[in-house]
Each structure stands twice: as C-alpha cells, then as structure tokens.
Design a protein around this ligand. Structure first.
Ligand code: URA
Ligand code: URA
Length: 242
C-alpha cells in the first residue's frame, strides 16, 4: 500500500466519509469565491497576483467595476511585447478599439506606427495601452471614478513589464497620469516620473490628424524620448556589467 493510500485510509477512519481539507485549502477556496487571493500574508484582489500579462488580461477582462463594463463591446487590455522596455499610454479606447479589442488601430493608430518608426521603434517591440480599458460612450473624457477603478490595472501592467521609459499620448492622458492641470505645452517641457518610470509627454496622434502643425513638435518629443530610452538602456547595460 502506498503512503498516500495509507494516509487516506487513516483519514477515513478518523473523519468518516467527509473529505478532510486542510484549513489553508478551505481558506483559499473561500477567498477565490470572493475574487480574492492571499499573497505574502496579505489578502488582495485575485488579479493582483497575476504573474504574466496574459494571466492579468484573463483575470480582468470581464471587469464590471465601473459602468463602462456595461456599455463596452471589447475590453482593451493593451498589446505588444511582454518584454517591452517602452510603454505608450493613451487615454481610452475609441470606437474602432472597442470593436477590435486592440488599442490605437484607427487612423490615429496608423499615424502612431509611423511616429514610432521615425525613431526606430516598431509597434511589435513596444507595449501600447490606455489608462481606461473600456470605451467611454461618445468618447467623452474619463471620469475620476473610472480612473480610480481602472488605474490599478495599469500599475500592475507596469509592475509586470518594468519598462525603462514611458510616453503619454495627449493632454488628457498626461494630465490624468500626472494628476496635473498644466497645459500640454508645459507638460511636454519636462521629463516626469510615473510609478518610478521616466515619462515623456507628447501630442495625441488623433490631435495631429486635426492639426498637422503639431507634427513637428511631436517629432521633437519622440526624438527626446528615443534619446532618453538609449540613455536608460546604456545605464542598465553598464549596471548589469558591474
Ligand atoms: N485614442 C486613445 O487614447 N487610445 C486608443 O486606444 C485609441 C484612440
Ligand atoms: N489636445 C489634446 O487633447 N491632445 C493633444 O495631443 C493636443 C491637443
């Protein structure tokens, strides 16, 4: 008789037919039923324990924490390289994104790809997402309560990706991330930090379609962004060598 069989027989003698579950297993099952999990002795929401982006997507893609969960067609998690050193953050999905489930796919998205290529980044090499994962009706600005519910998902994405640099796309994305009322012009003028990651701000590609005069300053912003990336990668390589 194997050790396991002997153990089970003993358990049966002691407890009858009722399956004996260790306290910890019961506790985990109770937590899971409530959408919670325990990690390092702290109870947290289950999605917070995701180890990969794919796992995180799976755990949050049916989110109904805010009312946008009722009106969305697709949850737009974000796309790109799970090892990306570069993260781009927009505001929220638009109509096309809500249909396809992918951020920046419309005309603005095509322009974004070109802007990236101009400084030698490919869409496949970076990670692109939004502050809100669901489309606000009629593309209205995100409400503070929606940001409050959704931004922790962005934080978790960043914790998993650990990018070297971030680019905020547009005034609303920048003001929301940085909790600032400053103009886009002012926000573009300096390098910020978000969740410990250096962040540069530029125009939204949709704004460039409306006003091509903003293309030139955008080019300057992304050159600065590329230089910051190169600098941070060189510093990381040096650190790895030391
Ligand atoms: N605008 C955004 O801010 N994000 C998208 O994904 C598409 C358009
Ligand atoms: N207005 C915006 O909302 N975003 C831009 O990028 C520029 C103007």
């Amino acid at each position: 008789m194997s050790d396991i069989s002997r153990y089970l027989r003993q358990q049966k003698e002691r407890f009858g037919e009722t399956l004996y579950l260790e306290e910890q297993i019961l506790r985990e099952a109770e937590l899971a039923a409530a959408g919670l999990a325990e990690e390092g002795g702290t109870v947290t929401e289950a999605w917070n324990t995701a180890r990969t982006l794919a796992q995180l997507d799976e755990l949050i893609c049916n989110c109904t924490k805010c009312a946008l969960g009722e009106t969305r067609n697709r949850f737009v998690f974000g796309v790109g390289n799970p090892n990306a050193d570069v993260v781009l953050v927009g505001e929220a999905p638009g109509a096309e994104e809500d249909k396809t489930g992918e951020p920046f796919v419309g005309r603005a998205g095509k322009l974004l790809d070109k802007i990236l290529e101009a400084v030698d980044f490919k869409r496949e090499d970076v990670f692109i997402c939004n502050i809100l994962k669901c489309r606000p009706p009629n593309n209205r600005d995100p409400l503070p309560a929606e940001v409050e519910q959704c931004e922790p998902y962005l934080h978790k994405q960043l914790a998993l990706l650990q990018p070297k640099v971030m680019l905020a796309l547009g005034r609303i994305a920048a003001q929301t991330l940085l909790r600032s009322k400053d103009s886009l012009t002012r926000l573009r003028a300096e390098t910020h930090t978000y969740q410990g990651i250096p962040l540069i701000v530029t125009y939204h590609p949709a704004a460039l379609l409306r006003n091509p005069n903003w293309k030139r300053p955008t080019w300057e912003d992304v050159q600065k962004f590329r230089a910051l990336y190169d600098e941070r990668m060189a510093a990381a390589a040096k650190g790895a060598q030391a």
